[in-house]
Design a protein around this ligand. Structure first.
Ligand SMILES: [Zn+2]
Length: 332
């Protein structure tokens, strides 16, 4: 059996400091996704070009609530670009955008502070938010989502109950090292797990350092993990039949930005090179790894769950190497 690998990207606009400095800052739209430097897209454009060069398909979790501020046009244009390149589009939700419901949103910031978490909400609230996302997809002319990723990977069990009720069969809401759910029995590290009838395929989390019994966790991202760690984790997941391996990234990880308004960008050469190496490896090792989208995996994953609870780890020297690599990249 090959090991399934899902390359996933959260495609979202940024608040751009507007909540902390409403007098001077406004949200940033397309530039926070395309990340153009000298007329070349180092964000979404770089990702699509690299995937195409290696003939790989990815899942893009596209944030839909930003229409409260931007209207439909900017993100629906991006969705068309992603779909035209042959990829999978699923639903990403950052409820903080609903703050722009209010015409006097600046004045409301202190009385009704924006809440970006999908966790800790009533079922009614969650239902309303997810439905708003689905309706947005319909207006964009996109197929109804079959998978959701909650913003900031913030989730609790109520979200799954509502997803089940709304007949959304798949989720990738968990990244234990990024936002551990309050329900400790859903701290899943990898594989696929049924929660209230919804199949969760978490972003892979692994241990990079141990202090006695205590383990430090990381979730697998392009920014956070070195290529050596990625290759080590992929090979170990394969050896232990852990599938799928879900990798999380964002278009903005492929540029360095010195300001929240995305006016001063430079290509992030380290992250771009990690992603290129990952794609080349996956292309050259098709005999062992099956790169697929959530839409492609849905029916097979639903038919056979894979309740792996094992935590993968990387050697300490490898984690230290990555820390140095990241530090060096931050400085230069
Ligand atoms: Zn997000």
């Amino acid at each position: 059996m090959k090991t399934d690998v899902c390359l996933t990207f959260d495609v979202e606009f940024t608040i751009g400091g507007a909540f902390s400095d409403p007098a001077n800052k406004r949200p940033v739209g397309e530039q926070s996704v395309f990340c153009e430097v000298d007329g070349k897209s180092h964000g979404l454009g770089f990702i699509l070009d690299t995937l195409s060069a290696h003939r790989l398909a990815a899942t893009f979790f596209v944030e839909a609530l930003n229409v409260q501020y931007f209207g439909d046009a900017p993100m629906s244009g991006i969705v068309k670009t992603i779909l035209a390149a042959g990829h999978d589009v699923q639903l990403h939700l950052h409820p903080c955008w609903r703050h722009f419901h209010m015409a006097d949103w600046q004045a409301q910031l202190s009385d009704t502070p924006p809440n970006d978490s999908m966790a800790g909400r009533s079922a009614r609230d969650i239902r309303e938010i997810i439905k708003e996302g689905i309706e947005t997809f319909t207006r964009w002319g996109v197929a109804a989502p079959i998978a959701i990723r909650t913003g900031g990977l913030q989730v609790d069990k109520t979200v799954y109950h509502v997803m089940q009720e709304l007949k959304i069969p798949l989720a990738s809401n968990i990244g234990v090292a990024i936002a551990p759910p309050v329900d400790s029995d859903i701290h899943f590290f990898a594989g696929r797990h049924s929660i209230a009838g919804v199949l969760e395929a978490p972003v892979l989390s692994y241990s990079d350092l141990s202090f006695g019994q205590k383990k430090h966790l990381k979730s697998l991202t392009i920014t956070g993990s070195s290529w050596a760690e990625m290759r080590h984790l992929l090979n170990n997941a394969r050896r232990k039949s852990i599938s799928p391996v879900v990798i999380l990234s964002h278009p903005s990880e492929f540029v360095k930005h010195t300001d929240v308004q995305y006016t001063q960008l430079a290509p992030n050469r380290l992250n771009q090179s990690r992603f290129k190496k990952l794609c080349l490896f996956l292309e050259q090792n098709r005999a062992h790894f099956n790169v697929l989208t959530f839409a492609e995996g849905a029916s097979r994953w639903k038919a056979q769950s894979d309740d792996h609870l094992e935590l993968l780890s990387v050697p300490t020297w490898m984690a230290m190497g990555r820390m140095l690599e990241n530090k060096f990249n931050d400085i230069f």
